[in-house]
Ligand binder design. Structure first.
Ligand code: HEM
Length: 144
């Protein structure tokens, strides 16, 4: 990520901070409207799940320029998602709904630069999570 992309992500996330639970609410609403089959893999209450999602995004945004801290945490998150029945193809659906919810809430403040930077960052995060998940799945299959 370039310095400008990192700045665009951090500025837009800061603008979202007071609205973060509303971002999460709209994210789930959009996700389940477009992909109702995903409802069955969420079990907890969506308010606290939304809080955890936004806290994790906060951690990611804070550490975006610090891969030594970021990457192990994102890999572990990817491994935990295997246990939540999350599959590779779900990542695109989640990314689309997340960007949609941010754009809906921020309006014009979600600039083209910010949107492009978030798409790039999300694609990278998803790749790291999926890779870590696939390694764990392959190890489990090899030992069974
Ligand atoms: C960058 C992408 C993602 C981030 C930052 C993220 C973040 C989180 C966090 C912080 C949790 C709380 C539990 C934990 O820390 O292990 C969680 C749980 C969960 N996530 Fe994700 N997640 C992402 C992608 C996805 C995708 C693609 C799906 C697929 C639909 C998904 C579905 C779930 C489910 C089902 C749970 C458990 C919730 C429950 O039991 O109610 N997540 N996620």
């Amino acid at each position: 990520m370039t310095e400008d992309e990192i700045a665009a992500i951090q500025t837009s996330f800061a603008a979202m901070a007071p609205l973060s639970l509303e971002v999460a609410r709209r994210f789930y609403h959009h996700l389940f409207e477009k992909n109702p089959q995903l409802m069955s893999i969420f079990h907890g209450d969506l308010h606290s799940q939304g809080q955890k999602l936004m806290d994790m995004l906060d951690f990611i945004v804070t550490n975006i320029g610090n891969p030594d801290t970021l990457l192990p945490a994102v890999r572990e998150l990817g491994v935990r998602h295997v246990g939540y029945q999350v599959k590779t193809e779900h990542y695109e659906m989640v990314g689309e709904s997340l960007i949609f919810a941010m754009g809906e809430l921020l309006g014009d403040a979600f600039t083209e630069e910010a949107e492009a930077a978030w798409k790039k960052a999300y694609a990278f995060l998803a790749e790291v999570m999926i890779e870590a998940a696939n390694e764990v799945i392959a190890e489990t299959e090899a030992s069974s």
